[in-house]
Design a protein around this ligand. Sequence first.
Ligand code: SF4
Length: 333
Amino acid sequence: MADSFSLPNAIREGAMSLAMSRTSPPAKAASNRSYEIGHPCHRYLYLKRTAGDQAKPIPPSLAGIFYTGSLVHEVTFKNLMDIGSATGLFDVTSREVPLDWVKYRITGHIDGMLVDRDTRQPICGFDIKSVGQKFDSLNTLEDLMGWRYSRLWVGQGTSYMLLTEVPRFANVLVRKNNLLDIKVIEYDLDFDLGESLIGKAEIVNAAVDAGDPEKAPKINDPEWCIDCPLAHICMPEIHIPEGGHIEAEEAIEAVERMFQLKPSVSEYDACKRLVDKYVKPALGPADGMAGTVKTLAVGMYQKFFKGTKRHEAARAERDTFYWREINAAEPPE
Ligand code: SF4
């Protein structure tokens, strides 16, 4: 066994490789996918169809989250069936049924349908979502519309309502660390939203047919663009104001060392803590950060910070990306 062998690191790195091996590589989408049709950017949907194979691959951390979601999904489907039997109220049918609206080239796989046990009539379609920290704050349709990721869920649910012609839908939310903490957020078909999704699909289809990205407008919105996996192709016209520049030797050395040590997680974390000591005072008061994006540079490295809608001052800003070299060819992850 090599002297440098570290069992904890080997297992951690092995788990990351496993997560990546269980994720599909980026690929072009043959149609407008239901789970993304609620995305506000026409250009993003266009690029998913025409250049999806060039999308920035997801990092291992996200691949692991998706993998966890698929396991939660499996367990919850069975739990819903058990709850339906125990209550005598509903059955679960139509699991993973593929849906295809040829006219608008919208496709998806609905998680399932709840049907009345007595009448056999559909009650609603549903989609299972495993949720971490956000679980407690998502309780109503308005809550779903207030968070950009769950807004996509409503677009997805709306497209499923149109595709199945069952005008009621449910997002089944499952707490990630307690798979029997389940809540359901139901909503009816909103025809205006449905029409806007169809209109969006028509615009994207026309742009794809013409091979003309200009027919699919960009949103140039930092909230979506800064972590868009297609930003390096799209090159959005956004300006992110600079938040400051730290010159302290100690911080510069630490952030440089962080880059060298990335595979060695514990030392990396120690350097990160040191750099963070400088970052908070440099960013300034959290008040007024909500919804805004700032950059902060330490030596030749830069990081993006985005204000959240949380009110607690201590949590009012969060870092969104890893440090990256200023002017590096690679776009932010
Ligand atoms: S970078 Fe922004 S404008 Fe470009 S495709 Fe992504 S979300 Fe749309």
